[in-house]
Design a protein around this ligand. Structure first.
Ligand code: UT7
Length: 328
């Protein structure tokens, strides 16, 4: 056996959605849109919208509890919580510390990551580095959002696209033989950002500029174009890092923004559509929550199994984008 190395292994996952589900037909009674337009352009049929009392931290806490239960790990054993969100409960403290308190975990690392729709990839990669560096043993990585609260409900070009929710994974640092192709854990990950595009997808307010929360604005067509190119190239990068090819992948768990982006990216890499986990139809775009929500759904329905090679990918405001290759 070659010298063992530490890897961050996914021990369990969980997710949570607001109680209220809103269909396209219901939205069409409030804004000038149709079910046919939304389905044809995006693949979205419904989304969950947070009600009174449902917050980013409450959804994140529920998803985290379910992930801990699936992992069979007690909250007290968690020494790192990284929460990706663009819709924190408050500007500060970090929503991660609220979740930490809710879970009854104390004293470990807890902070938020702001990378919008790529937030889960940024959080996962950061947790991976902390675990491999010996700064923590067991981490909760959470993506949680209440985007409904930053939408302009008069703007049909954006308000029909997003939803609320949370997803979480428990990571544990485990010694593995790096030469063993079946060894579990995060094998490779790549992150990118290009701030030259930060006016393509943004919120038009904030504490330091307008002192208001602001509303989401997006140049959808431009974002679409960049998404397909950036996602295909970052997927190729992680595969090359691991010395693997697209045909080795069992499952792609993409950021769920638009079914047409998912299809176009899969086509670019010659990946069969049946290997792509799709939840955008019933979750819409839940930003940082979308990848862990989709992952948890596919684990719970038995599609993703131990031993599978899974790739996560996402692209969002900034622009930010990234991918991670994980053996379950
Ligand atoms: O999560 C971060 C990443 N975000 C994304 O990846 C989003 C990327 N972008 C997209 O998914 C797509 O660009 C959209 C779904 C946002 C828009 O689809 P599109 O095919 O690019 O449509 P478009 O913006 O070119 O608009 C086409 C038409 C326009 O009408 P005209 O100018 O052709 O008369 C829009 O006004 O569709 C109209 N339109 C709508 N009609 C009915 C825009 N929104 C709606 C709507 N209902 N909700």
């Amino acid at each position: 056996m070659t010298r063992p190395v530490l890897r961050a292994v996914i021990r369990g996952s969980g997710s949570a959605l607001p109680e209220r589900c809103v269909t396209n037909a219901e939205l069409a009674t409030q804004v000038d849109t149709t079910d046919a337009w939304i389905v044809e352009r995006t693949g979205i049929r419904a989304r969950h919208i947070a009600g009174d009392g449902e917050t980013t931290s409450s959804l994140a806490t529920l998803a985290a509890r379910r992930a801990l239960a699936a992992a069979g790990i007690d909250a007290a054993a968690i020494d790192c919580i990284i929460l990706a969100t663009a819709t924190p409960d408050q500007t500060f403290p970090a929503t991660a510390t609220i979740v930490q308190h809710n879970l009854g975990a104390h004293g470990g690392i807890a902070f938020d990551v702001a990378a919008v729709c790529s937030g889960f990839l940024y959080a996962l990669t950061t947790a991976d580095a902390l675990l491999r560096g010996g700064n923590a043993r067991r981490a909760l990585v959470i993506g949680a959002e209440t985007f409904s609260r930053i939408l302009d409900w008069q703007d049909r070009t954006t308000c029909v696209l997003f939803g609320d929710g949370a997803g979480a994974v428990v990571l544990e640092a485990v010694e593995v033989d790096p030469a063993d192709p079946a060894a579990p854990g995060i094998i490779a990950s790549r992150l990118h950002a290009d701030g030259a595009y930060n006016d393509m997808l943004y919120v038009d307010g904030g504490p330091s500029t307008t002192q208001t929360v602001g509303k989401l604005r997006m140049k959808g067509r431009e974002v679409f174009r960049h998404a397909v190119t950036n996602l295909a190239s970052v997927l190729e990068e992680v595969l090359a890092d691991a010395g693997l090819v697209a045909g080795d992948i069992d499952w792609v768990v993409p950021h769920q923004a638009n079914l047409r982006i998912l299809d176009a990216t899969a086509r670019k890499l010659a990946l069969p559509p049946e290997k792509v986990i799709v939840t955008v139809d019933h979750h819409a775009n839940t930003s940082a929550a979308s990848v862990p929500l989709a992952f948890d759904e596919a684990v719970r329905d038995g599609r993703i199994k131990p031993g599978d090679l899974v790739v996560f990918e996402a692209m969002g405001g900034g622009f930010t984008w990234g991918a991670a290759l994980v053996r379950i």
